[in-house]
Design a protein around this ligand. Sequence first.
Ligand SMILES: NC(=O)c1ccc[n+]([C@@H]2O[C@H](COP(=O)([O-])OP(=O)(O)OC[C@H]3O[C@@H](n4cnc5c(N)ncnc54)[C@H](OP(=O)(O)O)[C@@H]3O)[C@@H](O)[C@H]2O)c1
Length: 302
Amino acid sequence: MKVLVTGGTGFLGRRVVAALTEHGHRAVVVSRGTDNPWNTDAVELVRSDPTRPGPWQTMLGTCDAVINLAGAPIVDPPHRWTETRKLQIRESRLETTRCIVDAFRHVETPPAVFVSASAVGYYGSRGDRKLDETAPAGDDFLARLCIEWEEAARGAADITRVTLLRTGIALGAGGGALHSMLTPFRLGVGGPWGAGTQWWSWIHVADVVGLILLALERDLPGAVNAVAPNPVTVNEFAKTLGSVLSRPAVARVPEFALRLALGEAAEAMLASQRVVPRRALDVGYAFQYPELRPALEAALHA
Ligand SMILES: NC(=O)c1ccc[n+]([C@@H]2O[C@H](COP(=O)([O-])OP(=O)(O)OC[C@H]3O[C@@H](n4cnc5c(N)ncnc54)[C@H](OP(=O)(O)O)[C@@H]3O)[C@@H](O)[C@H]2O)c1
């Protein structure tokens, strides 16, 4: 299979591209940069901005599948969402997705499958309620972004199979949310944030990759929650992380301090999302890391 990937240089994308080549596939990575860390003929780097139309779109017609992971960072590293920042977060995703869908419409032989990222932010903050793929969307900035992002991707649904991967907090070495919180935890001044009773829907990066490969192979149209089957509260997350690092994890960051430091972006840390991977389990996907502790151990000792 030949797969066009946007965002292939990112935290998730690098692993997805590596897994594609390990499975004997080829990848065409559309990137604004020039860094090709894969060191194999199986990966072709096409230097282009995926938010803009360009010759890269015609290359989509030579591929069997598309994986869309591009987008300006939302929370990692933590930063305030200024209006400029929000526009960048939004446009980088929507414009890329629209360009891909436009390409699907214009190439002679469109790829058979389109896997496009979304996020558990789709659901907003919902307390203790278990959220499978049928749960309604929320109404905050991230929820509205995910709605628009998914709608843009569904624009290709009459041409190809579209899977929307509502991804949770991905845990892996060298990036993502875990990387941002490691320093205080390692120094022994880490701990839960906000009330700590809010649910965090995490997933190990190996399972994000596993679910993307599954979506390439199996008929999984529509939204798929990419989260581990055992979400935890932030209190539990902090306690487990502290225990894996053999450090105390009792220094709570109060909600007001987070809001003061991050403004609206604090919502991403304070939202309660108890998301369950109903569709992945229904099709028999076997999670490599269904439980948090082994997932953290693997991520930290990789
Ligand atoms: N990691 C998570 O926990 C998580 C959770 C939920 C959803 N997601 C979503 O999954 C996708 C991949 O996540 P990730 O953690 O791998 O992200 P990432 O490490 O930030 O990488 C995203 C990639 O997008 C491209 N990009 C960055 N800014 C851009 C811009 N302004 N315009 C166009 N492209 C831009 C970059 O590629 P180039 O520099 O090569 O162009 C970058 O490598 C993202 O859309 C993210 O929102 C991730």
